[in-house]
Design a protein around this ligand. Structure first.
Ligand code: GRG
Length: 307
């Protein structure tokens, strides 16, 4: 039903995301002024990764959730949080690319932060982006009751911590090359490493738009499912992209030690699981009818994306 209403309304997700990207990138660009000459290099390093492209999915989720409950007016109220979410995401990517973690030289087709600025500055730029995210919400959120802003700050903190991004990454590292990783372990990693920030994105947007606690929970269910689907789709893409390149049936993830959904369930079953997760996500939006169109379209986009 929700899906049909999106299509029926001629909702074009690419146009929608591009329009959101424009207003989000303007806010991101304004969020990091050079505050002191001695801080020029670290600020440039932060800005380099923050402005290096990306789909801006987390801000889009946050703004869509805010608009669902608070209308157009809520977009301005949620923008500082949308910026903060992208700062947190960027921090996680900078740290994920470090030699101590994934040791990647390229991100979004560009040199990674530590390749350009050196490892010490990349670590510090990540730390500074994380702390600036909280500062940005506290300093710039306008027209929202203080207890809602505190709730947002608490949720941002939780989603980065030991039962969020950091914990998910720690478990991922622990499970790397472990041949006995279970589907439950994998789901725990995906839930914390990926879904937690997506859940915080919609929950914070909803809270800033004036949503009730029950509405926030419904949107968290939606975001958990799209986060899990996102990760399964990613694993599938890894396999299929490599298969096409190599002209073989088995891709790199099926031959590597790392446990993935396709490795545990096979490609077809994994595709089915991802589709079921997206259906579950959209089911959580059913109470909102046409108003949930943007979030429903974002769910489809996540599983259908090609990059
Ligand atoms: C330092 C406190 C602290 C935490 C960081 C490194 C780390 C701990 C966590 C890693 C988190 C991570 C890299 C998760 C993967 C998330 C993911 C799905 C990234 C891809 O997101 P997209 O597709 O990327 O939205 P773009 O490029 O579009 O922004």
């Amino acid at each position: 039903q929700v899906h049909a209403s999106v299509v029926g309304a001629g909702f074009d997700i690419a146009t929608y995301l591009e329009a959101r990207k424009v207003i989000v990138e303007k806010a991101l660009d304004e969020s990091l002024p050079v505050m002191h000459e001695n801080a020029r290099e670290i600020t440039e390093s932060m800005r380099y990764s923050l402005m290096a492209g990306g789909k801006r999915i987390r801000p889009a989720l946050c703004l869509a959730a805010a608009e669902l409950f608070g209308g157009q007016a809520a977009i301005a109220a949620a923008m500082p949080t949308a910026v903060a979410l992208e700062m947190i995401h960027t921090m996680s990517l900078i740290h994920d690319d470090l030699p101590a973690m994934d040791n990647d030289d390229l991100r979004r087709g560009k040199p990674t932060n530590h390749v350009l600025y050196g490892e010490p500055l990349a670590i510090l730029a990540g730390d500074a982006l994380l702390s600036t995210s909280f500062e940005h919400v506290a300093a710039h959120t306008k027209g929202v009751p203080a207890e809602r802003v505190v709730d947002v700050l608490r949720r941002l903190g939780t989603c980065v911590g030991a039962v969020g991004l950091a914990g998910g990454q720690a478990m991922d590292i622990k499970c790397e090359a472990d041949p006995n990783v279970s589907l439950d372990d994998l789901t725990w990693i995906h839930t914390h490493k990926t879904a937690a920030l997506l859940q915080a994105s919609v929950a914070c947007g909803a809270i800033l738009g004036g949503a009730s606690a029950a509405d926030v929970r419904a949107l968290e269910t939606y975001a958990l499912k799209i986060g899990l689907a996102f990760q399964v789709a990613d694993d599938i893409l890894d396999v299929t992209a490599t298969s096409e390149e190599l002209g073989k049936t088995a891709g790199k993830d099926l031959t590597m030690d790392k446990t993935t959904y396709p490795k545990l369930l096979g490609l077809e079953k994994s595709k089915q699981v991802a589709e079921e997760m997206i259906a579950d996500a959209k089911r959580a939006l059913e109470p909102y009818g046409d108003k949930g169109a943007a979030l429903a379209a974002l769910a489809d986009f996540i599983i259908g994306r090609k990059n």
